[in-house]
Write a protein that binds this ligand. Structure first.
Ligand SMILES: Cc1cc(-c2ccco2)c2oc(N)nc2c1
Length: 156
């Protein structure tokens, strides 16, 4: 019996840069990632994404495009994480550091994959090529990928 938990993950983009945040506490601590988190009861994934972005880095996203859906399973655990990935080039507000995240712009050529979740190296290329994707990753712990598959999608 699996419990599915819904998460949002947002990447703010410029032509050759991407905004990442260093997670300062909790799940994924000390990893660079997009902004987002658990979708609360009574809100859509999109509403959750917009809320988490504002809370975590002060930015308000105008147009969010869903670019991918990732499913994560952990060997020996019955929780399945379903992460909806969004991207936008349109945002407003002042970038701030929060208790959760330390934000930093990275050039697309210098993405710190070794300090990110291991799955990112598999699906970032799809996102950076502007392709829609669906991925599944089976983890042992938080560092080892036992199994994965990823495919491009016509629509999400
Ligand atoms: C297992 C896992 C979880 C997440 C996550 C949780 C909340 C938002 O994302 C990831 O994010 C990335 N990039 N890889 C991830 C792996």
């Amino acid at each position: 019996m699996y419990t599915r938990k819904l998460f949002s993950l947002i990447f703010i983009r410029k032509t050759s840069e991407i905004l990442l945040g260093l997670k300062k506490r909790g799940f994924g601590k000390n990893k660079w990632n997009g902004f987002g988190g658990k979708v609360e009861k009574g809100e859509s994934v999109l509403q959750g994404a917009i809320r988490e972005l504002k809370e975590e880095c002060g930015l308000s996203a105008k147009q969010l495009k869903k670019v991918g859906i990732l499913e994560f399973e952990f060997k020996g655990d019955t929780v399945l994480l379903e992460v909806h990935v969004f991207e936008t080039y349109e945002y407003s507000g002042e970038l701030i550091e929060s208790e959760e995240m330390q934000p930093k712009w990275y050039d697309l050529k210098d993405i710190p994959f070794k300090q990110m979740w291991p799955d990112d190296e598999y699906w970032f290329p799809y996102m950076l090529r502007g392709e829609l994707f669906k991925g599944y990753f089976l983890y042992r712990g938080q560092d080892l990928i036992l199994k994965y598959n990823i495919e491009t999608m016509e629509e999400l």
